[in-house]
Structure formats: C-alpha cells, structure tokens
Write a protein that binds this ligand. Sequence first.
Ligand code: SAM
Length: 285
Amino acid sequence: MSLDDSWYTEQWAEQGSAISLKLAKKLHHEQSAYQRIEIFETETFGTLMTLDGLVMVTDRDNFVYHEMMSHPALFTHPDPRRVLVIGGGDCGTLREVLKHAGVQLAEQVELDERVTRVAEQFFPELCASNRDPRARLHFADGIQWIADSAPDSYDVIIVDSTDPVGPAAGLFSEEFYQHCHRALGPDGVLVGQSESPLFHADLIVAVQTRLRAAGFADSATLFFPQCTYPSGWWSGTLGCKRGTGCGFRVGDAARKSFTTRYYNAEIHAAALAAPEFLRERLVAR
Ligand code: SAM
C-alpha cells in the first residue's frame, strides 16, 4: 500500500512499522538552528507538530503524555514548590505543573526557542500558562543548566525531551542524573520520558540502572498509552532520592483541586504496574 502526500507518515524502519495521519494542509515549515519544525492540520487529530520528521504533539492525544509527565512526579514529592522542566518546548507539561497550587516556581529550560515560539502560535492552549507569574522560560542546553545548578535548587525535575539522540542523548546519561541528584532537595523526584516499553525496553532498564547508580534510592517506570508515538505505548521513569519506593500521595491525588483528562489516582497506581517481560528485568537490575 502506498500513501500519497495527503498523509503524514513516520516510519520506524528497524521496527518495520509506522504511523500515518491524514492531513488537511501544511501550516508551517522552518529549519531552526537545531531542527526542522513542521506544523500540519490533520483531518482527525487537530494540529500536529513534528521535529525532524518525528511526531511531538497532536491536539487530540497530547493530554495523556503531558499529564503523565507531570502529575505522578508532583504527587510523589511530599511538597513540590520548585519545579524544573528540561526540554518541553511545546509548554504542555509546564501548563500541567502550574495546575498545582503549591508550586511557587516552575522553570523551563528548552534548547530551541523556536519550538516554543511556534507552539505559542499554533498550540496557544498548551502555552496558556506561559505568562503565569510563577513560570520562567529559559532557552539553553538543559545538560549545562543542571551541571551549573546549585545543590538543593529544585524539588522536582521533569525531563520532557526528544529521543536519546543528538542534543538529547546526554539527558539519559548517568552523569546527567548525578547532576540532577545534586540539584534536587532531599525529597527530590526526577521523571524523564523513557520511550516505548515495546520498542525500547533496553533503554528503560538502562535509565533505571543509571538513576540508581547516580544515587537515587528508588526508581520506577510509569506506563501509559500514547497512540501517535512509536508502538502507541510510552513510558516515563521516576528517580526518587528518598527510599520510599516512589510511592505517591494517594489521598491528595484523589482529591486534586484541578481538572485532568487522563490522570487520576487510580491511573497513577495502575501506571506503576510493570508488565511481566519488563518486571523480570527491572527486578534483576
Ligand atoms: N513530547 C515529546 C516526545 O516525547 O516526543 C517531547 C516534546 S518537547 C517538544 C522536546 C524538546 O526537547 C524539543 O523541543 C527539543 O528542542 C528539546 N531538547 C532536546 N535536547 C535538549 C537539551 N539538551 N536541553 C534542552 N532541551 C532539549
């Protein structure tokens, strides 16, 4: 079967699979200093942003990813006030972080300012909290930022990055996690997007191993659907400085004071359940 130009197709050649979205029209195209940024209007998934030909965000399903990259980590920390988002240029994760009334400062360090400027234009609802007085947007390399951060600067660090290649590769390294460990307070929690459980199980195991080696007492992976990412199944991995098993404030999550479309306390608990093929490898770690 061949797909014509009215379809956007992202192929994962080594997996012999792909995703296609029917397009209505192309809205924007530019080559920034770091990557090719494209915006499309799709027939059924709303607006689509791709970076170097890889799906980052669609209107229709981004809520699952953004809510799962933010609320589990914030409800794992006992009292998150200072939050750092690394990457996250579409600003959807930042918006979710700022739903927590206790957050006093939410900094975002995105490498490519153009991603955020384009998101402001084409995804205004994701950028709705960018002018919140608690938000600070920086445009810099998150690896250098965290290496330069003073000890006990943040309560939660969220790594909302592209795939572990190019400038994002270092965001998955043990050295980076060591810097994050130092930059976090004593109850500090880190969460990083950790790719597909089906396609990238080795990466999830490596991320948990590196987090432990970097000094995090506990690590745990959250599993959730993300239908426009490779395999349709995605993950975020937590590192917790305190040895609390990455347990979370169940009652506070159940009584959360803001609305979500995917996240709730039951979803959080269920997302922490590892599938059998990975549980064996994570236990053996
Ligand atoms: N939800 C997406 C996913 O998993 O496919 C990630 C979205 S967000 C747009 C990823 C961002 O990470 C990109 O805008 C990219 O510029 C940024 N990024 C990559 N490497 C970075 C680094 N070293 N420091 C800061 N931001 C980085």
